[in-house]
Design a protein around this ligand. Structure first.
Ligand SMILES: Cc1ncc(C[n+]2csc(CCOP(=O)(O)OP(=O)(O)O)c2C)c(N)n1
Ligand SMILES: [Mg+2]
Length: 369
């Protein structure tokens, strides 16, 4: 299966929810609608008064993967993700307030308004994103080593795009995770493009699962707009990791509706066709799930309207909160770079000790072989 064929092959299969507890279906639906409406509002507000001074990568169309992580992630689990971060941020059960305040650059943001969208983190909830492609994956695998040593059953969820697999460090991370049987759940959102470059122009084969499986990590593809299917895969991978059986890799075929970055369309660049965009939009993950929920009695117009109203109120509250919050004042850069929780290491970083180092010391010289 490849990304190009995914929509055609999977698109005609109705989403199945018969094996899922209604509570899980409801949580998947609520999460995706909440994320969708949040992103739509941010797009609408982005240029109005230019209050968001950071690049923002919107994830409309790709809500299913973070939704699946959100229903599995415990508070003590870690979530690491790429620049398209908002879904994974919310997946750590956060309110929208610290997210939107961060985008508005306010002191009350998750990182005091100094990180912005693609570097946002929530250390108290074990959430970290990162603009350096694949950086968060490798750090996440290192974290999984620590989690395994602690033996609490906590898991590291790693969310990234297929572009992450263009980077060498991705394969080093996969290798280490496999070798040490680390509790890592790799969730690849394959949306077919890295910025404007289709996968076919970057990789000789689009069979990511085959490549990952060759490293000894169980790997599977799933239609990424079928939220229950993504949930099943993430659930199985999470349970496997919690049992100490090692990592799993899930490739979700999905599509980004908006520009690579920012609120304006970038379709004028001509890197994708209108037919392709329309085809994927017809497979909206929220609508596909709702089509399954209604006949099962899990959703009706009244319930949906109530949910919309709740979400709109949460978004408005977060926007008001952000706008009424002060901007940060930074008078000293050191606390931004050095942690107070590891004073010795930070002291060494801040004041490198050059005295007393003998470059001819015997132990440093290579011995005879
Ligand atoms: C190390 C590194 N190289 C290049 C970039 C520039 N860059 C930002 S996003 C991106 C494409 C990412 O594509 P993908 O991983 O598929 O995620 P998507 O944007 O499609 O969600 C690139 C190349 C970067 N941020 N970091
Ligand atoms: Mg991509």
């Amino acid at each position: 299966m490849s990304w190009q064929l995914a929509a055609r092959e999977y698109g005609n299969h109705p989403v199945r929810i018969d094996d899922l507890a209604p509570e899980f279906v409801d949580r998947l639906h609520r999460f995706m609608l909440r994320l969708r409406r949040c992103e739509e509002k941010l797009i609408e507000e982005y240029r109005v008064a230019n209050e968001m001074r950071c690049p923002v990568h919107f994830c409309i169309g790709q809500e299913a993967a973070p939704a699946a992580v959100s229903v599995m992630a415990r508070l003590d689990d870690y979530v690491f993700c790429h620049h398209r971060s908002h879904g994974y941020f919310l997946a750590k059960h956060s309110s929208m307030r610290p997210l939107i305040a961060e985008l508005f650059g306010r002191q009350t943001g998750a990182n005091g308004g100094l990180a912005g969208s693609q570097e946002i983190s929530l250390p108290e909830a074990n959430f970290y994103s990162g603009a350096i492609l694949t950086g968060a994956v490798s750090i996440g695998v290192g974290t999984a080593m620590a989690l395994r040593a602690q033996g609490t059953g906590a898991v590291a969820f790693l969310g990234f795009g297929e572009g992450a697999t263009d980077e060498g460090v991705f394969w080093e991370a996969v290798n280490l995770a496999a070798l040490r049987r680390l509790p890592a759940v790799f969730v690849c959102e394959n949306n077919g493009y890295a910025t404007f470059s289709p996968q076919a122009k970057r990789q000789a084969t689009d069979q990511l699962c085959h490549k990952v499986a060759a490293f000894g990590v169980p790997a599977q593809t799933v239609f990424g707009n079928d939220a229950p299917a993504v949930h099943r895969a993430v659930k199985a991978a999470t349970e496997r990791a919690r049992r100490g059986e090692g990592p799993s890799f899930i490739e979700t075929y999905t599509y980004r509706w908006n520009a690579h970055v920012g609120p304006e369309s970038d379709d004028a660049a001509g890197y994708r066709t209108e037919a392709e965009i329309a085809g994927w939009k017809s497979l909206c993950p929220i609508r596909l799930l709702e089509n399954a929920m209604r006949p099962a009695g899990l959703l009706d117009d009244e319930r949906r309207a109530r949910l919309e109203a709740e979400i709109a109120a949460e978004i408005q509250d977060a926007l008001d909160f952000a706008r009424s919050s002060p901007f940060p004042t930074v008078t000293d850069w050191q606390p931004l770079n050095y942690s107070r929780s590891s004073p010795l290491a930070d002291a060494l970083l801040a004041e490198p000790v050059a005295d007393g180092f003998d470059q001819n010391q015997a132990d440093a010289l290579p011995g005879p072989y």
